[in-house]
Write a protein that binds this ligand. Structure first.
Ligand code: GRF
Length: 189
């Protein structure tokens, strides 16, 4: 039986799009719902075009309404893909080990916002992206996978962001597939 995958977004949804497209007939999961806390998120239209049900839930009551939507169809995993709201520890505990996030740095380095700016000012030679389990500490949960990119002296925030985003698009689908395929403590669903 295929496992339901929920995806939470706030913006463009390019990672969401890659995740949805990766879930073909042979994939262990299927995208059952995309939820955005931003009604103007371009990702909502992208998901609709890919025939995935979408919901907009405003920040007020976001978590309670989200849980309502998950009552019938319990997600095996909740993928945060450019989701810009900090989730409460109660919500995280409710789905313990089943919420995963993508972050545009080589965690544990550069958690939080403005990662590319900080990487460039620190003259790092390497950066990249990380998919990790979400726990109560922002961007500090167990790491599931990473991809590295070289930071060139000529890189700007924009060029670095572009290089890393294209690696995110490869990493997130790979990690989702193995997360759903591997029977480990996190995928006991
Ligand atoms: C990505 O860089 C992701 O790592 C970060 O926000 C960005 C979202 O991009 N959390 P998109 O909405 O998937 O295009």
């Amino acid at each position: 039986m295929k496992k339901p995958v929920a995806i939470l977004i706030s913006g463009n949804g390019s990672n969401m799009e890659c995740l949805i497209k990766s879930m073909d007939e042979t994939h262990p999961g299927y995208p059952f719902l995309v939820i955005s806390n931003n009604k103007d998120a371009p990702g909502l239209e992208k998901a609709k075009k890919l025939n995935v049900p979408v919901k907009y839930i405003p920040n007020k009551d976001f978590e309670a309404k989200c849980i309502d939507h998950f009552r019938k169809n319990k997600p095996a995993v909740i993928c945060l893909a450019g989701f810009m709201k900090v989730l409460s520890s109660e919500f995280i505990k409710n789905f313990d080990g089943k919420i995963i996030n993508i972050h545009p740095s080589l965690l544990p380095k550069y958690p939080g916002l403005k990662t590319h700016e900080r990487v460039i000012s620190a003259k790092e030679k390497l950066s990249g992206c990380t998919v990790h389990i979400v726990n109560e500490k922002i961007d500090q949960g167990p790491i599931l996978g990473q991809k590295k990119v070289k930071v060139e002296l000529s890189d700007t925030v924009k060029s670095l962001q572009k290089k890393i985003l294209s690696q995110e698009h490869r990493l997130y689908p790979e990690v989702l597939k193995s997360f759903l395929s591997t029977k480990n403590q996190f995928t006991d669903v």
